[in-house]
Unconditional design. Structure first.
Length: 219
């Protein structure tokens, strides 16, 4: 089966949209009926996240680590134990495209690093900061971005690379670097699409939200 791994820390505002999108991707006709299990790792949640997750046909794992690397590692381990041949990672503040899984698997590689699209900038960044973002972001095949919100890896390659480390941030970067060292085939692709939040109050220090905050502070 295919596993979708979503870590969450106090994401009650965005979880509904995230899970609806994941379940649509899991039901795509081109998966030919292969089972897909969605697992939300509820890490130190004190809001309604657990209640929201319980309303959907998904799995939930509760931990108290306040550490996204530990959350992803724990979730990946559970999915592997349940028989996942492929693990697709996203984030609770993101929405995957309907053909997200199909696009990842269709690339025929050990791992896929996808891009993200910011849907609503709202008041997160002024126009100058948005221009700086788009100037540096490579929304194309052959990019070199690594996002936990759009990352896929085969079970075999994940095990060979040693899995996610318990890092407070950049656990996704660490895994990809290990995959490279192990000789895994990696697609840096724009085909798997994910829409993500432009919020600056990021849940993980050093993550995408902090990167946007740095852009906002750059003159």
């Amino acid at each position: 089966m295919i596993g979708i791994l979503i870590p969450a820390h106090n994401e009650e505002e965005r979880l509904d949209d995230c899970l609806r999108a994941a379940l649509r991707a899991a039901a795509h006709a081109m998966l030919a009926g292969e089972p897909v299990e969605v697992l939300v790792v509820l890490d130190s949640c004190t809001d309604r996240s657990a209640q929201i997750v319980s309303q959907y046909p998904v799995l939930a794992l509760t931990i108290d680590a306040r550490n996204v690397g530990q959350a992803r590692a724990a979730g990946a381990q559970q999915l592997l134990e349940r028989g996942a041949r492929w693990i697709s990672c996203s984030d609770a503040d993101s929405r995957v495209a309907d053909d997200w899984l199909v696009a990842q698997l269709g690339l025929g590689v050990d791992a896929v690093c996808g891009t993200v699209t910011v849907e609503h900038w709202q008041d997160s960044l002024d126009e100058a900061a948005q221009i700086r973002y788009h100037r540096h972001y490579q929304a194309r095949d052959g990019h070199r971005h690594i996002h936990g919100a759009n990352l896929g890896v085969s079970a075999q390659a994940y095990r060979r690379a040693g899995g996610f480390e318990p890092l407070a941030c950049d656990e996704d970067v660490q895994l990809v670097r290990q995959l490279e060292r192990c000789g895994a085939s990696i697609a840096w692709s724009h085909r798997p699409q994910v829409v993500t939040s432009a919020r600056l109050d990021s849940r993980a220090r050093g993550g995408f939200g902090d990167y946007l905050r740095q852009l906002a502070q750059t003159e």
